[in-house]
Design a protein around this ligand. Structure first.
Ligand code: MOS
Length: 721
């Protein structure tokens, strides 16, 4: 039961992803992207493209496509392609060629000639810093926060008086999700109703965006999301192929399939911002943090549609301090949009904060774990509400023991030409819930279905639904069929923000009690087998005063095929009582080659407090994936712009991601304290937190091994020569 329910289909190629859907008369779309970084399209010459074999239609901003702005209730306003002729970055979708075959569409796309009125592009983050703007509010936090103890006028005074101060600047690189499955869609119209097959993180949210963009009632849009080949923020919003396939299919009266090429994925979707972060920590000789300041600048596209909340993600919550100053600025550039990527805010933010904590430990001559334990927060600084459940110290204790932390020496150790060092870091990610509705159906054959519209992009939500459904209905998991990935199912279960287990799990429990109440009422109704009796339910059986009947037989006896009920949950009163977060401790050992500067991660351990763990195997797998992503950010991934604003590393030949040989065995432990203050299931999120702190743990290990403090990621060979 621990095994991933959809694994056999996925590994044998039987799982049908969006692009695997085919329909009679289907045409193929190919997205055309801009070749300048800033300007306006003055005209397009389509004569050669239109004359190319197989071309059905070509759409550009000069057609009245009728696409409107779209809003996702959870993700905000979405960029919709081809609404005007403005170009804000290199690789922006500016056209859509539809042909009888994919190859014909691609060939014709190469014949589209665009005349641009080019404008100077702002490409350099360092130049953009001069025109940085205050970021919009994030998670309810304003762009600047200052908490000072009574009598303190300025955080600078705290640092001036502190016996120990570290004050440094850190940088993190632009990343793309680079999911295995490129963004794609197949759109089919029938009777004024639109069906779109497209991989995403929440099919009902995509249906709402498509309805908004196409000016349709949401009931006329059906989004089917059978399997998702990777997401984590990159498929939270409706993709360009989905918008364009949908509108083209309506105009042409035939199904349209479209997908981004791998290179287009790097620009025609959104990625992680570049950040620059200044962190200042003042401390007493015993390690007590007297003041903490974290100022961040994050790149954003010129539409300013998303700002990586780097400072808010870390310094707002991690350590107890009486004096805290946070600022968050954005640096608008002519770059593709930025968006949510696994642990938005915390992933880059933890690199800076947790590197700075390591630097402070070095300055103090203190063990970095001891420094963190000493400053552990009972509540987010400046907020009244204590954490509902926090067992971070236990994570450190277990981690230190299992990782043999006591063998770590200042200056590391040498093993031949390899310099070996250990590092650690804290991980935190707020525990959130989103509104969710789940439908449960009991069937006359004794099976049950648990359904919600969300997605399982590899997180294991299907299994969670099966397990929580089984325990809530008091049935073996084999009798539960979980259903996801269809916007017509009850709305909920968006896979984002590490919320799905807590949100959907709670709704399952409520739906189960609804459906079992209805079952008991049905059983004791007049003319029913237990008419007038006191009826109870347990273990799949309906118990009356003298007899017992499996629920399926009871449904048959009253002439029903099935019995359904829904349950809805949303965050509520708990938010007035506690603060909620998951916690973890990341440990890492690296080997740096003395002569070549090559860094290899040789051991990793993560210990996490995520409340109750529903499925140990899949939770471990989720955590390992996140830790690997952290290695990737620390040592591999970086998108760099050339002087034209084109990503110089925007393909898999040059955008490095780790391969198996880059990743050691990863050890994962959980401390399990169910957090029923947060939700009835007791589970908090474990998706995003897995990657938080990893890059800092690696950089801290590199420092331990080599004595070189690298304050940017990815860490390159040349940093260590
Ligand atoms: Mo997210 S960054 O889609 O959890």
């Amino acid at each position: 039961m621990n095994d991933r329910l959809d694994a056999p289909l996925k590994v044998t190629g039987r799982a049908k992803y969006a692009l695997d859907h085919n329909f009679p008369g289907m045409a193929y779309g190919y997205v055309v992207v801009s070749t300048v970084a800033h300007g306006r399209m003055e005209s397009v010459d389509l004569s050669a493209a239109e004359a190319a074999p197989g071309v059905v239609a070509i759409y550009t901003p000069f057609d009245q496509l009728g696409l409107r702005a779209a809003v996702s209730p959870l993700m905000g306003e979405t960029w919709v392609p081809l609404r005007n002729a403005d170009v804000g970055y290199y690789g922006q979708p500016i056209g859509f060629v539809v042909a009888e075959t994919f190859e014909q569409a691609r060939d014709a796309a190469s014949l589209v000639r665009v005349t641009y009125a080019e404008k100077p592009a702002l490409l350099s983050f360092d130049e953009g810093l001069a025109s940085a703007e205050d970021a919009p509010e994030s998670r309810g936090n304003p762009p600047q926060i200052e908490v000072l103890e009574d009598g303190v006028e300025s955080i600078r005074d705290v640092f001036a008086a502190a016996p120990f101060v570290v004050d440094n600047t850190y940088r993190t690189a632009t990343q793309n999700h680079a999911a295995m499955e490129p963004h794609s869609a197949v759109a089919v119209w029938a009777d004024d109703e639109l069906t779109v097959y497209t991989g995403n993180q929440g099919s009902n949210l995509v249906a709402m965006e498509l309805a908004g963009a196409l000016d349709l009632d949401v009931s006329a849009v059906h989004v089917i999301n059978p399997y998702v080949g990777g997401a984590f923020g990159g498929k939270g919003r409706t993709s360009t192929p989905a918008f364009l396939a949908a509108v083209a299919a309506r105009r042409l009266g035939r199904p349209v399939k479209a997908a981004l090429t791998r290179e287009q994925v790097f620009t025609a979707t959104a990625g992680r911002a570049t950040t620059l972060q200044k962190v200042t920590i003042g401390a007493d000789a015993d390690g007590t943090i007297l003041g903490l300041r974290h100022d961040s600048w994050s790149s954003t596209a010129m539409d300013r549609s998303f700002v990586e909340p780097t400072s808010h993600g870390t310094s707002r919550e991690w350590y107890a301090t009486k004096n805290l100053s946070i600022s968050q600025k954005m640096v608008p550039l002519n770059i593709p949009s930025t968006t949510f990527m696994r642990a938005p805010g915390e992933a880059p933010g933890s690199f800076a904060l947790e590197s700075a904590m390591d630097e402070l430990a070095v300055a103090l001559g203190m063990d970095p774990i001891e420094l963190r334990v000493r400053n552990s927060s009972l509540a987010p600084p400046g907020k009244d509400l204590q954490w509902s459940s926090k067992h971070l110290d236990e994570c450190f204790t277990i981690g230190a023991r299992e990782f043999h932390w006591s063998q770590r020496q200042p200056g590391g150790r040498a093993d031949g030409d390899w310099l070996v060092g250990m590092g650690m870091a804290t991980a935190m990610f707020p525990a959130l819930r989103f509104p969710a509705t789940v439908g449960i159906t009991l069937n006359a054959d004794g099976s049950a279905e648990v359904a919600t519209s969300g997605a399982d992009p590899g997180t294991g939500l299907l299994n969670v639904m099966s397990s929580v459904g089984a325990e809530s209905l008091d049935l073996p998991p084999t009798r539960i069929t979980p259903r996801l990935g269809d916007s017509r199912l009850p709305p909920g279960g968006m896979s984002g923000g590490s919320t799905a287990t807590a949100s959907v799990g709670t709704a399952i429990m409520l739906a189960a009690s609804e459906v079992l109440d209805a079952l008991v009422a049905l059983a004791s109704a007049p003319d029913a087998p237990f008419a007038g009796e006191v009826v109870t339910y347990a273990d799949g059986l309906v118990h009356g005063d003298t007899a017992t009947m499996p629920f399926g037989e009871l449904l048959q006896a009253v002439g029903r095929d099935s019995l359904s009920a829904k349950g809805s949950s949303a965050p509520g009163e708990e938010l007035t009582k506690h603060s909620f977060s998951s916690f973890g401790a990341q440990f890492c050992e690296v080997r740096v080659h003395r002569l070549t500067g090559e860094t290899r991660v040789s051991r990793m351990l993560g210990v996490f407090d995520g409340g109750r763990i529903i499925n140990d195997k899949l939770a471990r797998s989720q955590i390992k994936g996140g830790m690997i992503w952290g290695v990737s950010a620390a040592l591999h991934e970086a998108l760099e712009l050339d002087s034209h604003g084109r990503f110089a590393t925007g393909d898999f030949a040059s955008y490095l991601v780790p391969v198996n040989a880059d990743i050691p065995d990863i050890d994962v432990h959980f401390v399990q304290y169910p957090d029923t203050f947060h939700n009835a299931v007791g589970a908090r999120g474990i998706g995003e937190i897995a990657t938080v702190g990893v890059a800092a743990a690696i950089a801290n290990a590199v420092y331990n091994a080599t004595g070189v403090r690298v304050r940017h990621i990815p860490i390159m060979v040349e940093d260590l020569l």
